[in-house]
Design a binder for this molecule. Sequence first.
Ligand SMILES: [Zn+2]
Length: 135
Amino acid sequence: MRKTLTYAVLFTIGLGSPLWAEPVTTPSLPAKAKPAAAAAAAALPTPLPAELFRGQAREAYKAAAEIPDVFAGLACYCGCKKSYGHRHLLDCFSDDHGASCSHCINEALDAHSLFLTGTPPDEIRKFIDQKYGDK
Ligand SMILES: [Zn+2]
């Protein structure tokens, strides 16, 4: 009796959740970076055109347009997460917030110059976190 019930339950669960049968993704790959980056790329906001701005702000918007995927991986520590709901540095340049925030601009220019020297995104993130992170 008890056995029958167990089978019945398993059967029901199996039918109810097709995910149960899904193969586990191979854990050996450095898979983390790729699919995440692809998913992020699909949903990346577009930075405002750099021509709208002047000076360092223009450079920062230009940088955002050049390497949006890198910016999307960087936290912005200016406090805009709370006040504007920005998720990452790219968000700061998808509206005009970045133009008036020297903090965002500094992060952007740092990230961009690191990128130009061939620094991988992971290292850029570490640098930004250390230089601007919660103090
Ligand atoms: Zn910001």
